[in-house]
Design a protein around this ligand. Structure first.
Ligand SMILES: [Zn+2]
Length: 427
């Protein structure tokens, strides 16, 4: 009975149809239906917006190997709290996801937790070393939804080309952490004002621009879908937008932190502002926002990267790269893109649902009868302030402590079952 609902008096926001209007939603046995079911749980959604659950194509759940920072279970709880119903996990665990057994493990742990759909990505190269290709066919057969060496780029052009040729025949996208290690060197912040002010080594934007240019050429040559992860540089964002406009199978993602912050926000030697690629200049940030608003960067993704507080407390030079993002993504991006920059709510939602689904070759999430009841009820008027001590993630490493947000998931359902609730659902 838990997955049968009458959800009344809400506002429906459907990325598949563009509908944004008052309405009710009915769910039977985990699927959306067109008539009120019998024996349903009734929920009054007055003041709430009912929409398909968000999809995050870029999360790190640290299991196996670093379960103190995050497990598939704790990460899944954080995702559900953030309004997500599906996530693509990155393969840089220990061991890395470069065998079908590791793909199966992620799927099995995800199914056991059952809070969010775990869609594992797998390595392009064995142990992410960039030396030899992993068995992409076996990884795809085991259920990998994308190939990436995230954390590193594949800098050998010929190797990347053969990976993309194989991925194209498998119909699976390649995602690239596009940063040339030879140019990035030992940098820890953007090669700009904050790095100079704090006397820390910089990562030039050219490290990203050169690899993005290469990846676009390879997409054109191979026909393989190429997704650029966590775009930070204005020129790279424009290259991706132009490639997509030319009809090439190229997409790019922007993270909430690269959209909402720049290196001008790094005021002290705080490891919570260290991520890879780094916060860029205010001009880069503005270019990213423009490309997200116009759809040149079609995908939003968190790059949720949990780390122990003790490691992040070491200061920017020594702390590991990465910040958590699942529990702040909705409120940060809704406030920035919709409230401050005037993006329509449905276009905002498409960047978290339709575009990620399209990248993965899946149908557009929808509220239509027959669709799975993977949905979120959000209070998009709610203004709130980020308090990391409340996170369900096992880690707290966010640059957004005290940041002002608007929009919050109040009830998240996966196949009609509650995975997060901040409301009274008893009837
Ligand atoms: Zn990355």
């Amino acid at each position: 009975m838990h997955s049968t609902w009458i959800i009344e008096n809400g506002t429906l926001l459907d990325p598949a149809t563009g509908e944004h209007a008052a309405g009710d939603l009915f769910i039977t046995d985990g699927r959306i239906v067109d008539a009120p079911p019998d024996d349903a749980r009734t929920f009054d959604a007055s003041g709430l917006t009912i929409m398909p659950g968000l999809i995050d194509v870029h999360v790190h759940f640290r299991e196996p190997g670093n379960e103190q920072a995050e497990t598939i279970e704790s990460g899944s709880r954080a995702a559900a709290r953030g309004g997500f119903t599906s996530v693509v996990t990155m393969p840089n665990t220990q061991p890395s996801v470069d065998t079908s057994e590791q793909v199966a493990y992620a799927l099995q742990q995800g199914a056991a937790t059952d809070k969010v759909n775990i869609l594992p990505s797998a390595c392009i190269t064995t142990e992410r070393r960039g030396g030899s290709l992993a068995d992409l066919q076996a990884l795809a057969a085991a259920g990998a939804v994308a190939f990436t060496d995230d954390g590193s780029t594949v800098s050998d052009d010929a190797l990347m080309r053969s990976a993309m040729e194989r991925a194209a025949t498998l119909g699976i996208p390649v995602m690239d952490h596009a940063l040339d290690p030879a140019i990035a060197g030992n940098g820890v912040l953007h090669d700009g004002d904050a790095a100079r002010r704090l006397n820390l080594p910089g990562i030039p934007s050219e490290a990203e621009d050169t690899i993005v240019a290469r990846d676009i050429e390879l997409a054109a040559a191979t026909g393989c879908a190429m997704h650029i992860q966590h775009v930070t540089s204005g020129p790279a964002a424009r290259m991706i937008a132009e490639a997509a406009a030319r009809g090439l199978p190229v997409t790019g993602e922007a993270t909430p932190h690269h959209l909402a912050l720049s290196d001008a926000d790094i005021l002290s030697d705080d490891g919570n502002f260290k991520m890879n690629p780094p916060l860029r200049s205010p001009a880069d940030r503005e270019a990213l926002i423009e490309e997200v608003l116009t759809g040149g960067l079609a995908v939003l993704a968190t790059d949720h990267a949990p780390h122990l507080a003790s490691l992040k407390a070491r200061g920017i030079r020594k702390a590991p790269f990465g910040v958590v993002g699942l529990e702040t993504a909705l409120g940060i991006t809704y406030r920035l893109l919709v409230i401050e920059r005037g993006l329509s709510p449905v276009e905002w939602l498409r960047r978290w649902t339709q575009a990620p689904a399209a990248l993965l070759g899946r149908p557009c999430p929808s509220l239509a009868p027959g669709a799975p009841a993977d949905i979120v009820l959000a209070d998009l008027a709610s203004e709130w302030t980020v308090d990391p001590s409340t996170f369900l993630s096992q880690s707290r490493n966010t640059p957004f402590a005290g940041h002002h947000c608007q929009g919050q998931a109040m009830l998240t359902l996966k196949a009609g079952r509650i995975t997060w609730s901040d409301v009274d659902t008893a009837t």
